[in-house]
Design a protein. Sequence first.
Length: 276
Amino acid sequence: MAEKPSAQDVREAQRIELRKQREKELSRQKRARMAIIAAIVVVALALVAGLGYLIYKANAPEPELPLNQPASISKEEPTLAFKADDTKPVVDVVFDYMCPFCGNFEQINSADLHEMIESGDATVNFHVRTFLSKKMSTTEYSARAGGAAVCTFEDSPEVFLKFHELLFANQPAEGGPGLSDRELVTYAKQAGAKDSTLSCIKDQKFRRYATDVLEPAGAKLSPATPAVFINGKEWGADGAWQQPGALKEAVASSGTPGASDAGGASDAGGASDSGN
């Protein structure tokens, strides 16, 4: 018959069992801590990687947009032109969609310009500038708006005129983000633009054309906005355009482009001949 274990043996066995259970629990806790640390490290690495990607994306240069030539605009004369008979006066309007004074000009003279276009009483050329794009906008609004205007002109001259009017009627303040691309699309839709035109605006198809072609062409004509030329001669630099109806009267009395240009040259020559 087996000898019955003594009380001391029982206590020793119990201590050994308790030690094993404690070591087992400590091992389990250690594994749990390691798993938590590993999870924290993984999350931290993911956050660092994500932050690094965001920083890279924020600082990485945007892919350069293609320079697309609009079918409705002449390569030789990069302007949004509404042609009248060759015997009619020619009016050139230089503007930037972020320029507040251009907004004032539009409010005062828009109806008269539209009337000249509809009646064929004058050729009206719209010269889009974008020089305020980086100076006065956090999202290069002038460039985006200028490109969108070209999209609408490609759609139809009538859609452009309505879109042009809507942009100035809802002109954003200088120094801010300007209208969003979604808002530009909304106003184009209100102007009657086709779906293809809306896609043109979303894709910024003519944004680079506005900055690389229209801007330097407009700047060559006038460094300031708004600016108006009648038969090639600047008009309204003294603020005359702020008087309602003054532009219409000046155009009506300007005569044909050839006569006006000849007259201007003759006047200059007369002053020179007078010896004054």
